[in-house]
Design a protein around this ligand. Structure first.
Ligand SMILES: *[C@@H]1O[C@H](CO)[C@@H](O)[C@H](O)[C@H]1NC(C)=O
Ligand SMILES: *[C@@H]1O[C@H](CO)[C@@H](O)[C@H](O)[C@H]1NC(C)=O
Length: 306
């Protein structure tokens, strides 16, 4: 959500947090014979996992009760470009949906290196509308050349970001439903695709429906200062805190979760902060477990490093 550089402070506080959790686990494990504590878990290799599901929805099983509710956001924006054949006739382990914007050609050029068809890692870029004919012509050429640009008739504004993520959920569940996992990421973050895939696979052994990502704080709420670029009015979101969510630059899920989240989004009032909306508000409505994993800690990469 917040496009700040990954600071040393964050690394330090994550380290301190994890060592605190370690201590808590050691303390608790002297009382419990099991290595599972609500909200915390020690993996087989001794790695501590913050199991947000335990904190978020204690005892609540995933539900599809929302399906009986009426559709209030028909996501039926026209596709300007649809790479509909991209996923056909191939095994896809990880579909990487990169949220981009028409003018970010360099970021996409770089992002393509993330993919590796031999290992079933496929990249698709999600774009809104170009604001000039010249820019659109360049996007048209790019689409013709690479066939990996999903361009939807959505105006490119920060307040429309949730729509672009929903566009990915919709496209993945209709045109790429054979993919095992989906990673949603921004076009300016750097991650290691194989460790992401391993993290998702590992979690899939115990959960077939989940969201995995990273979050800096256990509790976050809306910013009410009107001067802030993250200002959220009470009409947009009335509660003092957001549901637990993971940060937007990088999060992943199995295909089943993508399909569920798309269906929830059709029935849930939109909220402009896409990570809060998808991984918080929508996930909570379907009781989808949300996990923190250190492999999703990302770095923003400046244009100078591309
Ligand atoms: C996938 O395979 C089918 C059947 O062999 C074929 O008709 C279709 O054109 C192929 N699609 C792509 C994108 O290669
Ligand atoms: C996106 O944002 C603009 C301006 O805030 C708005 O007019 C438009 O209706 C929004 N939705 C779409 C689908 O572009």
């Amino acid at each position: 959500m917040f496009k700040t550089k990954l600071t040393i402070g964050l690394v330090l506080s994550a380290t301190i947090c994890l060592s605190l959790f370690n201590m808590v686990i050691i303390l608790l494990s002297t009382h419990h014979r099991s290595n599972t504590v609500k909200g915390l878990r020690v993996g087989d290799n001794g790695q501590v996992e913050l199991d947000l599901a335990g904190i978020l929805m204690p005892g609540d099983a995933p539900t599809d009760a929302f399906l009986k509710d009426p559709i209030i956001n028909k996501h039926d924006y026209k596709y300007i470009h649809n790479p509909s054949g991209l996923c056909q006739n191939r095994t896809i382990n990880l579909l990487v949906g990169v949220v981009s914007t028409p003018k970010n050609f360099w970021q996409r050029k770089r992002g393509r290196r993330f993919g590796n068809a031999d290992d079933g890692i496929i990249v698709v870029f999600i774009l809104g509308m170009a604001d000039s004919n010249g820019l659109q012509r360049r996007v048209n050429q790019e689409f013709k050349h690479h066939n990996d640009v999903l361009q939807s008739a959505i105006v490119e504004t920060p307040r429309n970001l949730s729509l672009k993520t929903v566009a990915l959920l919709k496209w993945a569940s209709t045109h790429c439903s054979g993919a095992k996992f989906v990673l949603k990421k921004d076009d300016d973050v750097e991650l290691e695709p194989y460790s992401i895939l391993n993290a998702l696979r590992r979690k899939y052994e115990r959960f077939q429906n989940f969201i995995m990502g990273n979050s800096k704080y256990l509790v976050e709420g809306p910013i009410r200062q009107e001067v802030s670029k993250y200002y959220t009015s009470y009409a947009e979101y009335g509660e003092p805190f957001f549901p637990m969510f993971v940060h937007g630059p990088a999060y992943g899920f199995p295909m089943k979760t993508v399909e569920i989240l798309y269906q929830v989004s059709l029935r849930t009032k939109l909220f402009w902060l896409e990570d809060v909306y998808v991984t918080g508000i929508c996930a909570k409505r379907a009781n989808i477990p949300v996990f923190f994993d250190i492999r999703f800690i990302y770095e923003h990469v400046g244009i100078d490093m591309i």
